[in-house]
Design a protein. Structure first.
Length: 186
């Protein structure tokens, strides 16, 4: 038979796991951390995009904070703004980034956030949210804003540059929004 502290701990773990499952069902995206090589690809593509020194970079679906941390280190003069809806990854990321001055995290649905001040946007999502995200970015971003997507690309959009990941990992793609199809007007 379990004692009260063990039962409480087990209950907390169960609630946290259930929370991850619920938010994965709601968003269609599991909270997957970016690997070091994936983060390096995103950083390399953003450096290729020639961001201004004090850029505002959004990480949509920032999860556990891996990519936010890599971006903050690579662009120390930029403002890195992570947006995550799922509570557990958000709080873990808050803990991980608590001493990084150029990082701010927000627990929110990025579809209802104002991204108009973005110089760049990054995301590591899944296939399902990409068309809706493309429509959001179409209506919100300034023309020419750098957008980097890891593994799951925006279909029907012109890719400015890409980096192929090793093994089974997908590639990262850089777009300059609105990234119309080749031959289509802006």
């Amino acid at each position: 038979m379990l004692d009260l502290p063990s039962l409480a701990a087990l209950s907390i773990v169960a609630v946290l796991c259930l929370s991850l499952l619920v938010f994965q069902i709601v968003t269609g995206v599991p909270p997957m951390p970016s690997s070091e090589s994936e983060a390096a690809d995103v950083v390399a593509l953003l450096k290729q995009a020639s961001l201004p020194q004090q850029a505002v970079v959004y990480e949509l679906g920032s999860g556990w904070g891996s990519l936010v941390i890599a971006l903050a280190k690579a662009f120390p003069d930029a403002q890195i703004r992570g947006i995550e809806m799922s509570p557990l990854p958000y709080w873990v990321a808050r803990l991980r980034t608590r001493n990084i001055a150029n990082v701010s995290l927000r627990r929110a649905n990025f579809y209802v956030c104002d991204l108009q001040d973005a110089h760049a946007v990054t995301c590591y999502l899944m296939i399902k949210p990409m068309p809706k995200l493309a429509a959001l970015l179409d209506g919100m971003l300034k023309p020419g804003t750098a957008v980097v997507s890891l593994t799951f690309w925006f279909r029907g959009r012109e890719v400015a540059a890409s980096r192929q990941g090793p093994g089974l990992r997908g590639a990262a793609a850089l777009y300059f929004w609105p990234a119309h199809k080749a031959g289509e007007g802006t």
